[in-house]
Design a protein around this ligand. Structure first.
Ligand code: IMP
Ligand code: MG
Length: 175
C-alpha cells in the first residue's frame, strides 16, 4: 500500500509555537531552575528545541517506557525500559511529550514521577488529540490540538520512519 505525507503543521508554524511555549515557561518559572524530562524517543526533537528557548537554568533527563499489549492500542500498563539518571526530589519538573493520545501512558508516568516527590510536576506536549482521550490528564502547555489523525514528523514515527521530518504530517494511505 502506497503512503504519502500531507503537511498538517509547517516547520515555521511549529518553530514559532515552540518559541511561544519557551517564553511562557520562562515567565511561569521565573527565579527557578527547570528540570525537563523527555519521554523517548518521540519527545526528543521537541525537547531539544524547547530547552533552547527557555531562558532559565535548564537541566534534562530521559526516560523510556513501553506499554504492554498490542501495538495499536496502549494498555495503560507501562514498563519503564530506561529510568531517569538523576533523582527529581525537590526539583521543578516538566515532562515533555510528543503527543497525548489516550492519555494512558502519561497518566501512569505522572503518578510514578509524583511519588518521587518533585517540588512541582508539569506537563508539556507538542501535540494533543483531545478526541482520543480515555484517561484524564492535566496538560499545562500544549503546542497544538490536532484532529484524530495519525501524524508523523518532529520525532513522531510510523513504524520507526519519518521521525526526522522537520514538520508534522498526516499519513495518508492511497491504494
Ligand atoms: P497514549 O496517550 O498512552 O495513548 O499514547 C501516546 C503515545 O502513542 C505517544 O507518545 C506516541 O508514541 C504514540 N502515538 C499516539 N498517536 C500517535 C500519532 O498520531 N503518531 C505517532 N505516534 C502516536
Ligand atoms: Mg511518546
Amino acid at each position: 500500500m502506497a503512503e504519502r505525507i500531507e503537511i498538517l503543521l509547517s516547520e515555521e508554524e511549529v518553530d514559532k509555537r515552540i518559541s511561544e511555549i519557551g517564553e511562557q515557561i520562562t515567565k511561569d518559572y521565573a527565579g527557578k531552575d527547570v528540570h525537563l524530562i523527555c519521554v523517548l524517543k518521540g519527545g526528543s526533537f521537541f525537547m531539544c528545541e524547547l530547552a533552547k528557548r527557555i531562558n532559565l537554568e535548564v537541566s534534562i533527563d530521559f526516560m523510556s517506557v513501553s506499554s504492554y499489549g498490542d501495538d495499536t492500542k496502549s494498555s495503560g500498563v507501562v514498563k519503564i525500559v530506561k529510568d531517569l539518571d538523576e533523582s527529581i526530589k525537590d526539583k521543578h519538573v516538566i515532562v515533555v511529550e510528543d503527543i497525548i493520545d489516550s492519555g494512558r501512558t502519561l497518566s501512569y508516568l505522572l503518578q510514578n514521577l509524583s511519588d518521587r516527590k518533585p517540588a512541582s510536576l508539569g506537563l508539556c506536549t507538542l501535540l494533543d488529540k483531545p478526541e482520543r482521550r480515555v484517561v484524564d490528564v492535566n496538560v499545562d502547555y500544549t503546542g497544538f490540538q490536532i484532529p484524530d489523525e495519525f501524524v508523523v514528523g518532529y520525532g513522531l514515527d510510523y513504524a520507526q520512519r519519518y521521525r526526522t521530518l522537520p514538520y508534522i504530517g498526516i499519513v495518508r494511505f492511497d491504494d
